[in-house]
Structure formats: C-alpha cells, structure tokens
Design a protein around this ligand. Structure first.
Ligand code: ATP
Ligand code: MG
Length: 306
C-alpha cells in the first residue's frame, strides 16, 4: 500500500481545480476583451440612467472596471489627481498633459489607470482607452473611438477630433511596451486633453509633459490587505490572520500580480494561507506558471512568464 504524500494530494488537487479556475478565467478574459461603451446619450441606455444634463461625462470607452478588490496605490492616484485632471484655466495650457507610468509587468499600471478613470469619470467629457501594444491594436482602438463618436474610422480623424475639442478628454495608451513602435504619432495635440501612457519601457518617459511615475511593488500593508481581500477574508484587521498573510507577502515580494495569484490559489482551497510559504518553496514554478488565476481574469501573463 502506498501512503499518499500531502504534496501529491496537493498536486493532484491543483491539477483538477486549476482546470476550473483557468476555464472561468479565460471565459472572463474573453468577455474582458469587449469594450465597455457607456455614454449617457446612447440609444441603448436603460431608462434608469439619469439624463445627460446631470453629468459632464459623455463618452466612457474603457475595456473594463478596475479589480473588485482594488487596493491602495494612493501615492500614484494622488499624483494623477494633481497632474492629470482638467485645468480650470485651459487657455493657459498649451499642450495635452502627458503622464507616463512605467514599471514591471504585473505591477498594476493598468489597474491604476482603470481606477483613476472610474473615480474621475465625471470630470471629463470623454474618457477613452486604447491598447498600445501593437500597431494593429492601436488602429483598432482608435477605430472603436471613431465608432462611438460617429467619426470616420481613421487614426488621424480621431486625433484631429480630440485635438480640436473644446471639451476635456482623457486618453489612455495602455501597454506601450514596444520600443520599435513610435507612440508619438498617436498623440493628439490641443489644450484640453490628458494622455496617460502605461509601459514597461522607462524610455517612454521622453513623451511626458505632466509627470512620470515608476510603479513598484506594493507596500507590505497594501499587499497584506490585497491578499486577504483576494482570498475573501472579511476581517481584514485580525492580527493573527494578517501575520500569516505577511509571511506570504514577504515570500512573494509584493508584486500585485503575484499577490492576487496566491490569493486565488488560497481562495480556491488549493492550500491554506499558513501552508502557502512551505508549498511555494517546493513548488514555486508550478504555482507561478498557472495561467489566468486572477480575480478579474483579464491579465495576459502569469508571474512566471513576466
Ligand atoms: N492595486 C491593485 N489592487 C488589486 N489588484 C491589483 C492591483 N494592481 C494589480 N492588481 C492585480 O494584478 C494584475 C496585474 O495588474 P496590471 O494588469 O495592472 O499590471 P500591469 O503593470 O499593467 O502589467 P503589464 O505590464 O503586463 O501590462 C491585475 O489583473 C489585478 O488582478
Ligand atoms: Mg498593463
């Protein structure tokens, strides 16, 4: 008779349960690809939507909401509030505010932009999002803006429209990582706009007119709160729960993506918080290479590939 090693049991459970998690994740990822066109004048708007006159925001073209467990990042959010909200005196502004956020894959750049857009939506007439990872995606993104704004689907037409707008707008160029791609040809001009660029490439700072920020790891406190929220813990203040979580966080190193992945493993019952560090030290590669174990299912990489 062969006794079952707890590690084997974990491994087999991991294999089965991951299939479910990955399937759910990819289904969500698929939905996540669909852009969220939401403007109050839409003929599709439900009868419960308030009339457009109550709001400043007309266009809100973003791919998704921030994570339901979005946590922390107060410093960068404050920098964006200071540097990227519409000016009270746009005449004194000569060019769009361009703010560059750079940092490692999985550090949370995209999430910060989604959160900022959600929080400040009403301060902008237009809020637009374009995936800047390739020429094809850029053109697709500008074509989507053109569709929503009833324009000809052409990058230059959209740029001209924003450049000449007398209303405030914000455009996110997300994942401008490809250093061979000249992002400057996608930047509208004019004095009413804010452009947020996210990138893994620090050299993109060259485009900034309103500031730059290197997004690093989360603080220990943020990471502990995030892992607890990702695992579905309600009592975030419990000292012994936080102590266990702190060990996991210091083992993982506080990269946001790693934290939510660990949280998903624990939430799915594949191991307990207090077991995570031991299992991680033996099975790091296996744990980190699991695909799409995310709270939102919208992320393309695992920590291992990152
Ligand atoms: N502040 C946060 N609160 C909660 N979850 C977060 C936070 N930041 C990041 N995450 C989680 O980490 C994942 C990766 O974050 P995000 O996509 O923002 O990274 P990124 O820096 O844009 O990476 P890349 O360079 O690959 O585009 C998200 O899908 C989300 O689950
Ligand atoms: Mg990103």
């Amino acid at each position: 008779m062969t006794g079952r090693n707890p590690q084997d049991a974990f491994s087999s459970q991991l294999g089965h349960r991951y299939k479910d998690v990955v399937l759910q994740g990819s289904a969500r990822a698929h939905l996540g690809d669909a852009f969220y066109f939401d403007h109050y004048n839409s003929p599709l708007a439900g009868s419960q939507n308030p009339p457009a006159s109550q709001f400043h925001n007309k266009y809100f073209v973003v791919p998704r909401h921030p994570s339901a467990v979005f946590t922390g990042r107060e410093e960068i959010l404050e920098q964006l509030r200071i540097n990227c909200l519409p000016s009270k005196d746009p005449v004194s502004q000569r060019q769009p505010r361009i703010f560059v956020i750079h940092g490692l894959g999985g550090s949370g750049k995209t999430q910060v932009c989604l959160k900022f857009m959600q929080d400040h939506r009403e301060k902008f007439w237009g809020v637009f999002w374009v995936d800047a990872s390739s020429t094809e995606n850029l053109e697709r993104g500008f074509a989507q803006i053109a569709t929503v704004c009833a324009l000809e689907p052409d990058v230059d037409v959209v740029k001209r429209y924003l450049s000449n707008s007398t209303e405030s707008w914000m455009l996110v160029l997300d994942s401008a990582d490809n250093y061979l791609l000249n992002i400057s040809s996608y930047l509208p001009v004019g004095n009413r706009g804010t452009v947020l660029i996210t990138t893994r490439n620090p050299k993109c700072e060259i485009h900034a007119t309103a500031g730059t920020y290197r997004l690093g790891k989360m603080t220990e406190n943020e990471a502990v709160t995030l892992i607890l929220r990702s695992t579905g813990v309600n009592n975030l203040a419990d000292k012994s729960i936080r102590k266990n979580a702190k060990q996991v966080v210091s083992t993982l190193g506080s990269l946001a993506l790693a934290i939510v992945q660990a949280g998903a493993v624990i939430r799915e019952g594949l191991c307990k918080m207090e077991e995570y560090c031991t299992i991680y030290s033996r099975r790091r590669r296996e744990l980190l290479s699991q695909k799409a174990v995310q709270d939102t299912g919208d992320y393309r990489h695992t920590v291992y590939t990152t």
